[in-house]
Design a protein around this ligand. Structure first.
Ligand SMILES: [Fe+2]
Ligand SMILES: [Fe+2]
Length: 274
């Protein structure tokens, strides 16, 4: 299964035709396209309609997405969702989704800082509300991860769950680019890979404390860092080895078939075609 991921498309009212040449190569490179939020620039229904048209014109593989902070800017996020859903995009907001044997847990996430500098729910009510939003998004991610039943699993976010992939941005804005609160569920429910966006000037690759690869796929970052490549990251998940139960079943089936009478080969010239 080949996964292509990109975030931060920031589609504007003037973007018609601009995205198609960037996205069209994805059909040859991947089996599914994952979009990591900031799909629109101001979260306007007009922008969502343009993105829907661009995707319909350029992308022939399934598209799975989460929203980003920009998609909330105008309070039209539900309409943005509806327009994109009508165009065939699967939007995840704390849900688990399975495609081609790969489980995807998707949530927007939120900010709040990393490690020991993670903002705590203490003091003013406004601070507690802010922190609660991060906790709620982490719980959404955790709920989605807990529902995945596939052996191959990925997480789709807008905000970064680790500090490593926001490095390169000004240090002063690190706390607004993501939060370690999103990493905790990823350490409890391991995935093969995590994709996020939002940090347009961050680092393209990092790892969680448990060693899971994390890719920042913000399109402006990919365009700047890899100007000769299409602006999405492709990750191929190898066929997972069968679980112990599946291996036992397979062995039992092979043993049973070896006891059956051998298949008699037909003489050349005979045919089963009708
Ligand atoms: Fe963005
Ligand atoms: Fe963003």
């Amino acid at each position: 299964m080949r996964l292509a991921a990109a975030g931060d498309l920031h589609v504007k009212k003037t973007s018609q035709g601009a995205l198609q040449p960037l996205l069209a190569p994805v059909n040859d490179h991947a089996d599914v396209l994952l979009l990591c939020g900031d799909l629109t620039d101001y979260g306007l229904r007009e922008e969502a309609a343009i993105l829907a048209k661009e995707l319909n014109a350029a992308v022939r593989i399934p598209v799975v997405a989460v929203l980003g902070n920009h998609d909330y800017e105008s309070g039209q996020q539900e309409e943005v969702c509806r327009i994109l859903t009508d165009a065939g995009v699967k939007i995840l907001d704390g849900e688990a989704y399975e495609i081609g044997g790969v489980g995807i847990a998707g949530a927007k996430g939120f900010s709040g800082g990393f490690g020991r500098a993670t903002l705590g729910a203490w003091g003013e009510q406004a601070t507690k509300h802010y922190v609660q939003e991060a906790i709620d998004e982490a719980l959404k991610l955790e709920g989605a991860l807990a529902r995945l039943r596939t052996r191959q699993r990925i997480a789709l976010l807008h905000y970064s769950p680790i500090r490593g992939t926001v490095e390169g941005e000004p240090l002063e804005i690190f706390p607004y680019l993501g939060t370690s609160r999103l990493e905790e569920p990823l350490n409890r429910h391991p995935v093969d890979v995590v994709f996020h966006g939002h940090a347009h000037h961050g680092a393209p690759e990092g790892r969680t404390a448990a060693g899971t690869p994390v890719y920042n796929v913000a399109m402006p970052l990919l365009l700047q860092r890899y100007p000769d490549r299409p602006p999405f990251r492709v990750v191929e998940l190898p066929e997972a080895p069968p679980s112990e139960t599946e291996a036992a079943l397979l062995n039992a089936r092979q043993t049973a078939s070896s006891k059956r009478p051998p298949i008699v080969e037909k003489p050349a010239g005979s045919s089963d075609r009708h």
